[in-house]
Design a protein around this ligand. Structure first.
Ligand code: FES
Ligand code: FE2
Length: 451
C-alpha cells in the first residue's frame, strides 16, 4: 500500500484488540481524515445506471470536496472537481435538501462570471479572455480531473491523481462478487439521513451479526445464526456458519428452525414487512407456498432447495434470470462485504442491500448515512428511484432498531470511563479490520493487542 506508516504492526485480529475512541470522536482526527483518507481511497460515488445518456451528470460530496461525474459517451465517464478554476465558485449547486445534484448538460457554465466547460472538463469560453493576455493556457482554465472507474455497476472515484488503480484497490472483491452480477441489479429503494454519530459508528452497526440477538430480538424466534467475519486486505466480509449439507443456506436465503416450511414463510414475510431488504416478493410468495407444496416433516435442506428452485423458476418465467453461484462460493463469499472504508455490499443472487456513510462536513459527531436495496427486474421494468431523505420513524422497523444504537454509541464513546472498543474477535472482526486499515492511512489509532 502507498501509505506505509511508521506505526506499530497490526495485531492478530483473531485475538482481542482495543480500538481507541479517538477515531470516532476527535475533531482533529475527523479533519485529518479529509487529506489522509478521503483524498486517498477509491469511493463509491453512484450507480452507472444513474448516468444513461451523454451529458447526464451527478455530484458526489465527501466532506468539503465535491465531484461532478458525467457521461461523455456510451462507454465513457469523466469526473471533475466541482469547482470553477476562475475564482472558486462551486460549479454545480446541490438543490437545498437534496442528497446531490443531478441533471443533463451539454457543458457546464459557472454562474458567477460565465466561464464555460465541455463535458470533458476543457474550458470552452472565458468572457473577455484577452484580458489575461494568453495566460489561461496549459489547462489553467480547465476543470481539475478526478479519476473515475466502474465496477459492480457502481461509479468509483479517487481524488488521488497518483493512487493505485481501482482494480488493485478492490483486491479480491471482483473475484468474490462478480459471480453475483451486481451490475444487473436495480434499486428498489434508496434512502438517506443525517445521523448524530461518526460515520464509523453507522457503518459498524451493520458489519456484524453479534448485535442481532439483542438489537433485533424478534429474529431469535427463527433460530440463532452464528456469524463469522474475516479480513481480506483492505476489506472484510461477514457470513453465517452452516452445516456441511446446507451450504446453499450459507447465503441470505436461509430457512428457519422448527417446521422449516412454516418458519421459512414466517421469516420471509417478517423480513419483507419489517426490513424490506434481503428478499424479494418472488421469494416471499414461494416461501408462502411451501406448506402446500411439501409434506410435513420435509428436512430443512430439502425445504431450502425446493424454495430456492421454485423462486428461481418463478423469476425466470417473468424474464428474471438469477446467476448461478456455486454453493462452495456462496459459503466462502458470505453475506456482506465491507469495502474500505465506508461502503458495504450485502450480496445475494437476486438482491442486495448496500450501506454507505460519509462525514457530514468535518464534524466527527455527524454523518450522512444511506441505504439502498436492489434486485433483478425484467428488462425495462426497474422502478425509477431517487435518493429520498427519510426521517428515522419512516425507515423499515428493523433498521430503526439499528439506528437506536447510533447516537447512544457516539455519546458513550465520549465518556471518560470508556477505555476503547473491544470488538468480538470472531463475529466483529470487521470492526477491527476497519481500524487496522484506517490506522495505516491515518498513521494513528492502530488497534492494540489485549493479551
Ligand atoms: S468563479 Fe466561475 S466564472 Fe468566476
Ligand atoms: Fe441490525
Amino acid at each position: 500500500m502507498a501509505h506505509e506508516p511508521q506505526i506499530a504492526p497490526a495485531a492478530d485480529l483473531a485475538k482481542s484488540v482495543l480500538v481507541p475512541a479517538e477515531a470516532y470522536v476527535s475533531p482533529e482526527y475527523a479533519r485529518a481524515e479529509q487529506d489522509r483518507l478521503w483524498r486517498k481511497v477509491w469511493l463509491q460515488a453512484g450507480r452507472v445506471e444513474d448516468l444513461v445518456a451523454t451529458g447526464d451528470f451527478i455530484t458526489y460530496d465527501i466532506g468539503p470536496d465535491s465531484v461532478v461525474i458525467v457521461r461523455t459517451g456510451p462507454d465513457s465517464l469523466r469526473a471533475h472537481h466541482n469547482v470553477c478554476p476562475h475564482r472558486g465558485r462551486r460549479l454545480v449547486d446541490t438543490p437545498p435538501g437534496a442528497r446531490n445534484a443531478q441533471g443533463q448538460a451539454r457543458g457546464f457554465i459557472c454562474g458567477y462570471h460565465g466561464w464555460s466547460f465541455g463535458l470533458d472538463g476543457a474550458n470552452t469560453h472565458v468572457p473577455q479572455e484577452d484580458d489575461w493576455q494568453g495566460a489561461l493556457c496549459n489547462g489553467r482554465a480547465d476543470l481539475t480531473p478526478v479519476r473515475v472507474d466502474t465496477w459492480g455497476g457502481w461509479i468509483w472515484i479517487s481524488l488521488d491523481p497518483e493512487g493505485e488503480s481501482l482494480e488493485a484497490y478492490l483486491g479480491v472483491l471482483p473475484e468474490m462478487l462478480d459471480p453475483y452480477r451486481l451490475q444487473d441489479m436495480r434499486a428498489r429503494w434508496r434512502k438517506w439521513i443525517v445521523f448524530e454519530c461518526n460515520w464509523k459508528v453507522a457503518m459498524e452497526a451493520f458489519c456484524e451479526t453479534y448485535h442481532v440477538a439483542t438489537t433485533h430480538p424478534e429474529f431469535n424466534a427463527f433460530g440463532q445464526f452464528r456469524g463469522w467475519a474475516r479480513q481480506e486486505g483492505l476489506h472484510s466480509h461477514i457470513g453465517y456458519e452452516t452445516a456441511k449439507d446446507r451450504e446453499e443456506d450459507a447465503g441470505k436465503l436461509r430457512v428457519g428452525t422448527g417446521d422449516a416450511r412454516l418458519s421459512t414463510a414466517e421469516m420471509q414475510r417478517f423480513t419483507w414487512e419489517n426490513a424490506n431488504t434481503n428478499t424479494t416478493m418472488t421469494m416471499v410468495r414461494a416461501a408462502e407456498r411451501l406448506a402446500q407444496e411439501l409434506p410435513e416433516g420435509t428436512p430443512p435442506a430439502q425445504v431450502s432447495a425446493h424454495w430456492i428452485a421454485a423462486s428461481r423458476r418463478d423469476d425466470a418465467a417473468r424474464g428474471v434470470d438469477w446467476p448461478v453461484v456455486a454453493p462452495a462460493h456462496t459459503a466462502k463469499a458470505g453475506t456482506a462485504w465491507q469495502v474500505f472504508p465506508n461502503f458495504q455490499i450485502g450480496q445475494a443472487v437476486n438482491n442486495m442491500l448496500c450501506y454507505a456513510a460519509r462525514p457530514y462536513g468535518s464534524d466527527p459527531d455527524r454523518c450522512i448515512f444511506e441505504a439502498a436495496v436492489y434486485e433483478l427486474y425484467p428488462e425495462g421494468e426497474a422502478p425509477e428511484t431517487a435518493w429520498t431523505y427519510t426521517e428515522p420513524h419512516e425507515w423499515p422497523p428493523v433498521l430503526q432498531q439499528d439506528f437506536g444504537n447510533m447516537a447512544a454509541v457516539q455519546q458513550g464513546m465520549k465518556s471518560a470511563g470508556f477505555r476503547g472498543a473491544q470488538p468480538n474477535p470472531y463475529m466483529e472482526r470487521a470492526v477491527a479490520s476497519l481500524h487496522t486499515n484506517l490506522a495505516r492511512y491515518m498513521q494513528a489509532g492502530m488497534p492494540e493487542a489485549q493479551d
